[in-house]
Design a protein around this ligand. Structure first.
Ligand code: F6P
Length: 339
Protein backbone atom coordinates (compact mmCIF):
# COMPACT_ATOMS: atom_id res chain seq x y z
CA UNK A 1 0.00 0.00 0.00
CA UNK A 2 1.36 3.45 -0.87
CA UNK A 3 2.09 5.82 2.02
CA UNK A 4 -0.05 8.60 0.51
CA UNK A 5 -2.77 9.67 2.90
CA UNK A 6 -1.03 8.36 6.01
CA UNK A 7 -0.90 10.83 8.88
CA UNK A 8 2.53 9.61 10.02
CA UNK A 9 5.61 8.52 8.10
CA UNK A 10 7.93 7.25 10.84
CA UNK A 11 6.91 5.80 14.18
CA UNK A 12 8.84 4.55 17.18
CA UNK A 13 8.04 1.64 19.46
CA UNK A 14 9.37 1.05 22.96
CA UNK A 15 8.80 -1.23 25.94
CA UNK A 16 9.04 0.12 29.46
CA UNK A 17 8.66 -1.00 33.08
CA UNK A 18 8.50 -4.65 34.13
CA UNK A 19 8.50 -6.93 31.09
CA UNK A 20 5.64 -9.33 30.41
CA UNK A 21 5.12 -12.28 28.08
CA UNK A 22 3.61 -10.89 24.90
CA UNK A 23 5.67 -7.70 24.66
CA UNK A 24 7.55 -9.15 21.72
CA UNK A 25 4.33 -10.18 19.99
CA UNK A 26 3.07 -6.59 20.30
CA UNK A 27 6.33 -5.23 18.84
CA UNK A 28 6.11 -7.69 15.96
CA UNK A 29 2.52 -6.76 15.18
CA UNK A 30 3.34 -3.05 15.23
CA UNK A 31 6.37 -3.45 12.97
CA UNK A 32 4.61 -5.69 10.46
CA UNK A 33 1.48 -3.55 10.34
CA UNK A 34 3.53 -0.40 9.86
CA UNK A 35 5.61 -1.93 7.09
CA UNK A 36 2.54 -3.29 5.36
CA UNK A 37 0.87 0.11 5.17
CA UNK A 38 4.04 2.02 4.33
CA UNK A 39 5.12 3.51 7.66
CA UNK A 40 8.74 3.30 8.76
CA UNK A 41 9.20 1.77 12.22
CA UNK A 42 12.06 2.52 14.61
CA UNK A 43 12.72 0.37 17.67
CA UNK A 44 13.68 2.39 20.75
CA UNK A 45 15.78 0.30 23.11
CA UNK A 46 15.76 0.50 26.92
CA UNK A 47 12.43 2.28 27.21
CA UNK A 48 12.25 6.01 27.88
CA UNK A 49 15.95 6.11 28.79
CA UNK A 50 16.68 5.01 25.23
CA UNK A 51 14.29 7.60 23.87
CA UNK A 52 16.17 10.35 25.69
CA UNK A 53 19.59 9.25 24.46
CA UNK A 54 18.52 8.15 20.98
CA UNK A 55 19.13 4.41 21.39
CA UNK A 56 17.35 3.57 18.14
CA UNK A 57 17.33 0.63 15.79
CA UNK A 58 15.44 0.47 12.49
CA UNK A 59 12.98 -2.43 12.46
CA UNK A 60 11.61 -4.31 9.51
CA UNK A 61 9.58 -7.43 9.08
CA UNK A 62 12.79 -9.54 9.05
CA UNK A 63 13.89 -8.23 12.47
CA UNK A 64 10.73 -9.42 14.17
CA UNK A 65 10.55 -12.85 12.59
CA UNK A 66 9.44 -15.56 15.02
CA UNK A 67 8.94 -13.04 17.83
CA UNK A 68 5.36 -14.04 18.69
CA UNK A 69 6.49 -16.97 20.76
CA UNK A 70 9.38 -15.26 22.54
CA UNK A 71 9.22 -14.11 26.16
CA UNK A 72 10.95 -10.91 27.29
CA UNK A 73 11.36 -7.92 25.01
CA UNK A 74 13.82 -7.63 22.13
CA UNK A 75 13.89 -3.88 22.78
CA UNK A 76 14.95 -4.26 26.43
CA UNK A 77 13.03 -2.54 29.18
CA UNK A 78 13.95 -0.02 31.85
CA UNK A 79 12.55 2.38 34.42
CA UNK A 80 14.14 5.76 33.75
CA UNK A 81 14.64 8.23 36.61
CA UNK A 82 15.59 10.97 34.16
CA UNK A 83 12.32 10.58 32.29
CA UNK A 84 10.42 11.28 35.53
CA UNK A 85 11.67 14.88 35.35
CA UNK A 86 10.38 17.69 33.13
CA UNK A 87 13.84 18.07 31.61
CA UNK A 88 13.98 14.38 30.77
CA UNK A 89 10.56 14.46 29.11
CA UNK A 90 11.52 17.54 27.15
CA UNK A 91 14.72 15.87 25.98
CA UNK A 92 12.73 12.81 24.87
CA UNK A 93 10.30 15.07 23.00
CA UNK A 94 13.20 16.87 21.32
CA UNK A 95 14.75 13.54 20.28
CA UNK A 96 11.45 12.47 18.71
CA UNK A 97 11.25 15.72 16.77
CA UNK A 98 14.90 15.64 15.74
CA UNK A 99 14.59 12.03 14.52
CA UNK A 100 11.38 12.76 12.65
CA UNK A 101 9.41 10.33 14.79
CA UNK A 102 5.86 11.55 14.47
CA UNK A 103 4.13 8.73 16.30
CA UNK A 104 5.13 6.61 19.28
CA UNK A 105 3.87 3.31 20.66
CA UNK A 106 4.68 2.68 24.31
CA UNK A 107 4.14 -0.83 25.64
CA UNK A 108 4.01 -1.32 29.41
CA UNK A 109 2.02 -0.61 32.56
CA UNK A 110 0.87 2.33 34.62
CA UNK A 111 4.27 4.06 34.84
CA UNK A 112 4.69 3.70 31.09
CA UNK A 113 1.37 5.44 30.50
CA UNK A 114 2.21 8.28 32.87
CA UNK A 115 5.35 8.79 30.78
CA UNK A 116 3.28 8.61 27.58
CA UNK A 117 1.03 11.34 28.95
CA UNK A 118 4.07 13.57 29.49
CA UNK A 119 4.92 13.18 25.80
CA UNK A 120 1.31 13.51 24.60
CA UNK A 121 1.06 16.81 26.49
CA UNK A 122 4.16 17.98 24.58
CA UNK A 123 2.51 17.28 21.25
CA UNK A 124 3.84 13.82 20.44
CA UNK A 125 1.26 11.39 19.05
CA UNK A 126 1.49 8.54 21.54
CA UNK A 127 -0.45 5.31 21.77
CA UNK A 128 -0.12 3.13 24.89
CA UNK A 129 -0.50 -0.64 24.99
CA UNK A 130 -1.23 -2.20 28.41
CA UNK A 131 1.26 -4.94 29.06
CA UNK A 132 1.89 -6.12 32.61
CA UNK A 133 1.54 -9.41 34.44
CA UNK A 134 -0.31 -7.55 37.22
CA UNK A 135 -3.52 -6.90 35.22
CA UNK A 136 -3.83 -3.69 37.22
CA UNK A 137 -4.56 -1.12 34.52
CA UNK A 138 -7.81 0.69 35.27
CA UNK A 139 -8.91 1.29 31.68
CA UNK A 140 -8.41 -2.26 30.43
CA UNK A 141 -10.20 -5.39 31.55
CA UNK A 142 -7.11 -7.37 30.55
CA UNK A 143 -3.39 -6.66 30.21
CA UNK A 144 -0.95 -8.57 28.03
CA UNK A 145 1.07 -11.10 30.04
CA UNK A 146 -1.42 -11.80 32.81
CA UNK A 147 -2.63 -15.16 31.54
CA UNK A 148 0.87 -16.50 30.91
CA UNK A 149 2.11 -15.33 34.31
CA UNK A 150 -0.90 -16.91 36.04
CA UNK A 151 -0.25 -20.18 34.26
CA UNK A 152 3.44 -20.13 35.17
CA UNK A 153 2.50 -19.61 38.81
CA UNK A 154 -0.18 -22.28 38.60
CA UNK A 155 2.29 -24.83 37.31
CA UNK A 156 4.70 -24.00 40.13
CA UNK A 157 1.97 -24.21 42.78
CA UNK A 158 0.77 -27.55 41.41
CA UNK A 159 4.30 -28.89 41.71
CA UNK A 160 4.62 -27.56 45.24
CA UNK A 161 1.29 -29.12 46.09
CA UNK A 162 2.62 -32.57 45.15
CA UNK A 163 5.51 -32.36 47.56
CA UNK A 164 3.38 -30.73 50.30
CA UNK A 165 1.02 -33.70 50.00
CA UNK A 166 3.89 -36.21 50.38
CA UNK A 167 5.14 -34.53 53.56
CA UNK A 168 1.80 -33.32 54.92
CA UNK A 169 3.08 -29.76 54.94
CA UNK A 170 1.80 -26.27 54.41
CA UNK A 171 3.21 -24.19 51.59
CA UNK A 172 3.25 -20.39 51.70
CA UNK A 173 3.78 -19.06 48.18
CA UNK A 174 4.41 -15.44 47.31
CA UNK A 175 3.26 -14.31 43.88
CA UNK A 176 3.71 -10.95 42.18
CA UNK A 177 0.96 -8.39 41.58
CA UNK A 178 2.34 -4.97 42.51
CA UNK A 179 -0.12 -3.79 45.19
CA UNK A 180 -2.97 -5.84 43.71
CA UNK A 181 -4.27 -9.35 44.23
CA UNK A 182 -5.52 -10.26 40.74
CA UNK A 183 -2.71 -12.68 40.10
CA UNK A 184 -2.83 -14.20 43.59
CA UNK A 185 -6.60 -14.68 43.56
CA UNK A 186 -6.71 -16.26 40.13
CA UNK A 187 -3.82 -18.56 40.96
CA UNK A 188 -5.53 -19.47 44.24
CA UNK A 189 -8.77 -20.32 42.48
CA UNK A 190 -7.06 -22.31 39.73
CA UNK A 191 -4.99 -24.38 42.16
CA UNK A 192 -7.64 -24.91 44.83
CA UNK A 193 -5.50 -23.14 47.43
CA UNK A 194 -6.57 -23.19 51.07
CA UNK A 195 -6.07 -19.46 51.64
CA UNK A 196 -5.33 -16.39 49.53
CA UNK A 197 -4.00 -13.21 51.14
CA UNK A 198 -4.43 -10.13 48.97
CA UNK A 199 -4.25 -6.38 49.59
CA UNK A 200 -7.87 -5.79 48.59
CA UNK A 201 -9.17 -7.89 51.51
CA UNK A 202 -8.20 -7.17 55.11
CA UNK A 203 -7.43 -10.33 56.99
CA UNK A 204 -7.27 -11.46 60.56
CA UNK A 205 -4.53 -14.03 61.08
CA UNK A 206 -6.36 -16.08 63.70
CA UNK A 207 -9.71 -16.12 61.90
CA UNK A 208 -8.67 -16.19 58.24
CA UNK A 209 -5.53 -18.28 58.39
CA UNK A 210 -5.21 -20.37 61.54
CA UNK A 211 -8.84 -21.33 61.94
CA UNK A 212 -9.20 -22.11 58.21
CA UNK A 213 -6.25 -24.47 58.37
CA UNK A 214 -7.65 -26.08 61.52
CA UNK A 215 -11.06 -26.48 59.90
CA UNK A 216 -9.53 -27.97 56.80
CA UNK A 217 -7.49 -30.32 58.95
CA UNK A 218 -10.53 -31.48 60.90
CA UNK A 219 -12.25 -32.17 57.59
CA UNK A 220 -9.39 -34.47 56.65
CA UNK A 221 -7.00 -32.27 54.70
CA UNK A 222 -3.38 -33.15 55.24
CA UNK A 223 -1.61 -30.42 53.29
CA UNK A 224 -2.32 -26.74 52.75
CA UNK A 225 -1.57 -24.05 50.22
CA UNK A 226 -1.46 -20.37 51.15
CA UNK A 227 -1.02 -17.90 48.27
CA UNK A 228 0.22 -14.46 49.33
CA UNK A 229 0.31 -11.42 47.06
CA UNK A 230 3.63 -9.56 47.26
CA UNK A 231 3.55 -6.53 49.50
CA UNK A 232 1.43 -8.26 52.14
CA UNK A 233 3.15 -9.52 55.31
CA UNK A 234 6.54 -11.09 54.57
CA UNK A 235 5.99 -14.73 53.60
CA UNK A 236 8.58 -16.12 55.99
CA UNK A 237 6.75 -14.41 58.86
CA UNK A 238 3.39 -15.77 57.69
CA UNK A 239 4.93 -19.24 57.45
CA UNK A 240 6.53 -19.08 60.89
CA UNK A 241 3.27 -17.92 62.45
CA UNK A 242 1.33 -20.71 60.74
CA UNK A 243 3.78 -23.32 61.94
CA UNK A 244 3.72 -21.96 65.51
CA UNK A 245 -0.06 -21.70 65.65
CA UNK A 246 -1.00 -24.97 63.95
CA UNK A 247 2.02 -27.20 64.35
CA UNK A 248 1.95 -27.92 60.61
CA UNK A 249 5.41 -28.10 59.08
CA UNK A 250 5.48 -25.06 56.76
CA UNK A 251 7.70 -24.07 53.84
CA UNK A 252 8.09 -20.83 51.89
CA UNK A 253 8.48 -20.20 48.16
CA UNK A 254 8.67 -16.77 46.52
CA UNK A 255 8.00 -17.31 42.83
CA UNK A 256 9.50 -13.94 41.86
CA UNK A 257 10.56 -13.11 38.33
CA UNK A 258 9.99 -16.60 37.00
CA UNK A 259 6.40 -15.36 36.56
CA UNK A 260 7.55 -12.75 34.05
CA UNK A 261 9.40 -15.09 31.70
CA UNK A 262 8.58 -17.80 29.22
CA UNK A 263 6.72 -17.98 25.92
CA UNK A 264 3.39 -16.18 25.93
CA UNK A 265 0.26 -18.31 25.83
CA UNK A 266 -2.46 -17.94 23.23
CA UNK A 267 -4.41 -15.19 24.97
CA UNK A 268 -1.33 -13.01 25.31
CA UNK A 269 -0.11 -13.66 21.77
CA UNK A 270 -3.48 -12.79 20.28
CA UNK A 271 -4.16 -9.79 22.53
CA UNK A 272 -0.67 -8.40 21.92
CA UNK A 273 -1.02 -8.85 18.18
CA UNK A 274 -4.44 -7.17 18.10
CA UNK A 275 -3.21 -4.27 20.22
CA UNK A 276 -0.01 -3.77 18.20
CA UNK A 277 -2.04 -3.70 15.01
CA UNK A 278 -4.64 -1.31 16.46
CA UNK A 279 -1.99 1.07 17.77
CA UNK A 280 -0.42 1.49 14.33
CA UNK A 281 -3.80 1.91 12.67
CA UNK A 282 -4.67 4.71 15.11
CA UNK A 283 -1.41 6.51 14.35
CA UNK A 284 -1.92 6.01 10.61
CA UNK A 285 -5.24 7.84 10.98
CA UNK A 286 -3.50 10.68 12.78
CA UNK A 287 -4.73 9.82 16.25
CA UNK A 288 -2.53 10.14 19.31
CA UNK A 289 -2.88 10.49 23.06
CA UNK A 290 -4.79 7.21 23.32
CA UNK A 291 -4.53 3.92 25.14
CA UNK A 292 -5.52 0.70 23.43
CA UNK A 293 -7.49 -1.41 25.89
CA UNK A 294 -9.68 -4.48 26.25
CA UNK A 295 -13.34 -4.15 27.07
CA UNK A 296 -14.18 -7.78 27.66
CA UNK A 297 -13.09 -9.44 24.42
CA UNK A 298 -13.25 -6.23 22.37
CA UNK A 299 -10.24 -4.07 21.56
CA UNK A 300 -11.06 -0.40 22.16
CA UNK A 301 -9.10 2.83 22.54
CA UNK A 302 -9.50 5.53 25.15
CA UNK A 303 -8.22 9.09 25.56
CA UNK A 304 -5.05 8.90 27.63
CA UNK A 305 -6.21 11.45 30.25
CA UNK A 306 -9.44 9.54 30.79
CA UNK A 307 -7.62 6.21 30.78
CA UNK A 308 -5.21 7.28 33.49
CA UNK A 309 -8.04 8.50 35.70
CA UNK A 310 -9.82 5.14 35.54
CA UNK A 311 -9.53 2.61 38.34
CA UNK A 312 -10.23 -1.09 38.24
CA UNK A 313 -12.88 -2.42 40.57
CA UNK A 314 -11.77 -5.46 42.49
CA UNK A 315 -13.95 -8.45 41.68
CA UNK A 316 -15.45 -9.16 45.10
CA UNK A 317 -17.72 -11.83 43.65
CA UNK A 318 -14.68 -13.77 42.53
CA UNK A 319 -13.21 -13.59 46.01
CA UNK A 320 -16.53 -14.59 47.52
CA UNK A 321 -16.60 -17.59 45.22
CA UNK A 322 -13.08 -18.54 46.29
CA UNK A 323 -13.94 -18.45 49.98
CA UNK A 324 -17.19 -20.32 49.41
CA UNK A 325 -15.34 -23.09 47.63
CA UNK A 326 -12.48 -23.28 50.10
CA UNK A 327 -14.40 -23.19 53.35
CA UNK A 328 -14.93 -26.77 54.32
CA UNK A 329 -17.39 -25.65 56.94
CA UNK A 330 -19.46 -22.97 55.25
CA UNK A 331 -21.00 -21.90 58.56
CA UNK A 332 -17.63 -20.48 59.54
CA UNK A 333 -17.24 -18.49 56.39
CA UNK A 334 -17.00 -14.78 57.02
CA UNK A 335 -16.68 -13.58 53.51
CA UNK A 336 -17.35 -9.96 54.37
CA UNK A 337 -18.74 -7.20 52.28
CA UNK A 338 -16.85 -5.25 49.65
CA UNK A 339 -14.70 -2.56 51.28
O1 F6P B 1 4.76 -4.79 37.34
C1 F6P B 1 5.31 -6.03 37.13
C2 F6P B 1 6.08 -6.48 38.33
O2 F6P B 1 6.60 -7.78 38.08
C3 F6P B 1 5.32 -6.47 39.64
O3 F6P B 1 4.49 -7.59 39.79
C4 F6P B 1 6.44 -6.39 40.64
O4 F6P B 1 5.99 -5.73 41.80
C5 F6P B 1 7.48 -5.58 39.95
O5 F6P B 1 7.18 -5.62 38.57
C6 F6P B 1 8.89 -6.06 40.14
O6 F6P B 1 9.73 -5.17 39.51
P1 F6P B 1 11.30 -5.41 39.24
O7 F6P B 1 11.41 -5.99 37.88
O8 F6P B 1 11.87 -4.06 39.30
O9 F6P B 1 11.81 -6.35 40.29
Amino acid sequence: MASTGLAVRRIGVLTSGGDAPGMNAAIRAAVRTAQCIGIECIGIRHGYAGLIRGDFVPLSEKDVKGLTKMGGTMLYSARSQEFMTDEGRQRATDTCKYMGIDGLITIGGDGTFKGALGLADRGIKVIGIPCTIDNDIGCSSYTIGFDTACNTAIEAVDRLSDTMQSHERCSVVEVMGHRTGYLALNVGIATGATIVLIPEIKYDFERDVVSRIRTARLAGRTHFMVIVAEGMDPVHVVAENIQNATGVDTRVTALGHVQRGGPPLMRDRVTATSMGYTAVMLLARGQGGRIVAMDGDKVIDIDIHEALAMTKDFDHELYKMFTTLTFLDSKEADIGEPE
